[in-house]
Design a protein around this ligand. Structure first.
Ligand code: NI
Length: 151
């Protein structure tokens, strides 16, 4: 495994829409392993492939809850709760910065696992937050785009 270089704000790769993974190969699985290792070393609770310069729709998340490490390939949010909440977010690509962001409190996400099998996950709390933050990265969106104005 290897620790990858995390791209930071100003790098155009963070603003580019990532492409769907067409075929899950050993290379994809190696990327997932390296992304997890990079996330844990940072340390962080989520990492999307564009953050390591790879424009594929892949993310890893571990918010230290009962789910443990979650690997998402071609993830899509299929349901958002009406209820929203405001939580302070940070990002490994924007070191030293945090801001409050309003997002739906719960989401359902569909994705492929490392074997190419589709799964569905209903998430709430910090996990729902992390999923939305990481999926935004796949579309070139950063949390600062959505940050509420400071009072
Ligand atoms: Ni981020």
């Amino acid at each position: 495994m290897a620790i990858l270089n995390i791209r930071t704000v100003g790098d155009p790769v963070l603003r580019t829409k990532a492409k769907e993974v067409q075929e899950i190969t050993d290379k994809t699985r190696e990327l997932l392993d390296n992304m997890a290792e990079t996330m844990y070393a940072a340390p962080g609770v989520g990492l999307a492939a564009p953050q390591v310069g790879i424009l594929q729709r892949i993310a890893v998340i571990d918010v230290e809850d009962e789910h443990g490490l979650i690997e998402l390939i071609n993830p899509v949010i299929t349901e958002y709760s009406q209820e929203k909440n405001i939580v302070e977010e940070g990002c490994l690509s924007i070191p030293g910065k945090s801001a409050k962001v309003i997002r739906p409190a719960r989401v359902t996400v569909k994705a492929l696992n490392r074997e190419g099998k589709e799964f569905e996950l209903k998430a709430e709390g910090y996990l729902a937050r992390a999923i939305q933050h990481e999926l935004d990265h796949l579309d070139g969106i950063l949390f600062t785009d959505k940050a509420l104005a400071e009072e």
